[in-house]
Design a protein around this ligand. Sequence first.
Ligand code: FAD
Length: 323
Amino acid sequence: MNKKVVVLGEVSEGSLRNVSFETIAAAKAVAGDGEIVAVLVGESVKSFADEMIHYGADRVITVEHENLKNYTSDGYTQALSHVIESENPEGLIFAHTALGKDLAPRLASKLETGLISDVTEIEQQGEDVLFTRPIYSGKAFEKKTIKDGTIFATIRPNNIEPLEKDETLTGEIISSDVEIKDLRTIIKDIIRNTTDGVDLSEAKVIIAGGRGVKSQEGFEPLHELADVLGGAVGASRGACDAEYCDYALQIGQTGKVVTPDLYIACGISGAIQHLAGMSNSKTIVAINKDPEANIFNVADYGIVGDLFEVVPLLTEEFKKLKV
Ligand code: FAD
């Protein structure tokens, strides 16, 4: 069956987040030959509409308002509710980002429909769309479907390949006027805590440090390696608890869930709570002094050694490859 599916494009720091294109690819898997409608919300977002079309959206609806400059639950719920009411789609696909995790359950509750969150794969089975998602901290996967009502899912970044970009594609761009009012939260200012430019949840390469890094300064070689590889630096909770780095870098069950192409774990033992946030990474390299460390059980490549010797060597070798 062909369905109309609405996706939400996320604009952050003046550009579209890559996961926005992944939502379009996911929507294609749900829509069949139906229509994909992308929604862009913000103060000034029209300039991103063409890019959503080049990645496969058939139509783009922009909702622009001064009260939508920064994300607020109330503002975005009002904007999206208005679009969903007028479009009446059979499917909704958002990103499983901080924004999506906050917004999707609110809308699902308003729509009185189910929500399948943190999806890593989508497939058709007869008339049903099956969504795969991790359970038990990533130790197992379940497949779920929504039989009645709107099909609503959030997708984990870096798991569903975007469609090929095609700049010859064209589509309709419509602005939707919505009154955004009675906001209970007003963002006055945003003070950023992290220093890294690369967003952890979307990074293709992550160099993560654990308690074995031993100090704030111990993270320096990891930053150097991340710079050479164009990656981001992450951490275990052990490192965050020891105040070697900010909690914004924490990866795991109670931190961020990441799926990079390459995850290099340095001085991390591999506790189950840490594995919950990174074990689906495409290639895992572990550097640890202890050959018995649990991290080696999930690693594709293991280096038994002192991270303070191994990491600078890797940085030097990768630098040579770049020349
Ligand atoms: P450790 O377990 O102390 O390991 C340090 C490792 O460094 C050791 O394996 C050691 O051999 C190695 N090492 C030391 N020096 C060197 C060196 N010079 N070179 C190479 N290797 C070296 N943890 C998370 O990470 N994320 C979470 O989200 C999370 N959530 C939690 C939620 C709950 C409810 C609970 C109870 C725990 C949670 N934890 C989480 C904590 C988790 O159980 C572990 O305590 C934590 O992951 C350990 O961090 P670590 O591996 O850095 O430290």
